[in-house]
Design a protein around this ligand. Sequence first.
Ligand code: NAD
Ligand code: UD1
Length: 343
Amino acid sequence: MKILLTGGAGYIGSHTAVALVAAGFDPIVLDNFANSHPVVMERLATITGRHIALERGDVLDTPWLEDVLRRHQPVGVVHFAGDKAVGESVALPLKYFHNNIGGAVSLLRAMETVHTENPATAPTLVFSSSATVYGDPATVPITENFPRSHTNPYGHSKLVIEDMLSALRTASPAWRVGVLRYFNPVGAHPSGLIGEDPAGIPNNLMPFVAQVAVGQREHLNVYGDDYPTPDGTGVRDYIHVQDLAAGHVAAIKTLLRQGESFTVNLGTGRGHSVLDVVKAFEAASGKPVPYRVAPRRAGDVAQCWADPALALRLLGWQALHTLDDMCADAWRWQSANPNGYRS
Ligand code: NAD
Ligand code: UD1
């Protein structure tokens, strides 16, 4: 049972590849390595004890995608490939509309073409969406029927792709689509062989904290301590990437078994503040994480966490790892690979 993973060499895709092998699937990684490193493939082989097929190329290349689909005939596709830096999307909106929306259109057209040639198989897709589609939620926890909005081109691209998938399902009922709205993925595989490898200065909290702990950065800037939260710092639903990977396996299995499309949150249902993360990381690493309070970051919300009940009901999935697990695994990866895959 082959599953094609676009962007499969990236942070979430690589962990999902490992989880799929463990569940008896045969993942195929498709990536152009725009934001990942080919050495990931060797690490995946070490962890799984198996060679994982690689298709090196660009999702924007529709004829090539068709060729990949015809050769492998995967039973499902997980679409991770895309750009994800919020700040960059504000500076370079066309890059995000081209690669994210254009990439999704290219993939969907290729899948539709190959399905038309062989109508016996239902096109089956899992899409990486984000809690960013909830904008600034009026209340927490967030359920899937909350209103959607966007505050930057990255978030806008996710919203447009969700809407495209919905229109496609209306037009072509054969499509089986699982939209997964991730909350804040952190942590790494417990082997320490694969993990998050941000290019340049990390934008997200956990990789920045990890780089402070390992001594690469002097201190963390805590963006605001005057939010209406218990300690005044921003609260988020951090989810272990291993739990997220298991969520993709559950989503694929559900689509293949039931054929019903769905949109679900993948989160833990628990919120942690910036200072909770700092304390947990200090405990996991045994290293100090000095910080300074800085002004709020533009576009940040005070608190955001999921109601994950629908994922449990529909997929039989729930997050199992704690914040301490996330920090311990992030630290193992960071300390063994201080310069990421370039170490
Ligand atoms: P990542 O950058 O590590 O992985 C994305 C992969 O896609 C990279 O390996 C990159 O080289 C590849 N890629 C990009 N454009 C491509 C193209 N045109 N053709 C082929 N390959 C291409 O990111 P990630 O954290 O693993 O995120 C995966 C998906 O999940 C993204 O769609 C992202 O928007 C979404 N998401 C991520 C987070 C998060 O915090 N990491 C949160 C919510 C949603
Ligand atoms: C960010 C993105 C969001 C994306 C999500 C997951 C923005 C505005 N939003 O959200 O679209 O879906 O990542 O990839 O970038 N913090 C600090 N110091 C830092 C970094 C972060 O205090 O150096 C704080 C933030 O203010 C926030 C919390 O840590 O309160 C988490 O930040 P981050 O990891 O960037 O995630 P999100 O803000 O949830």
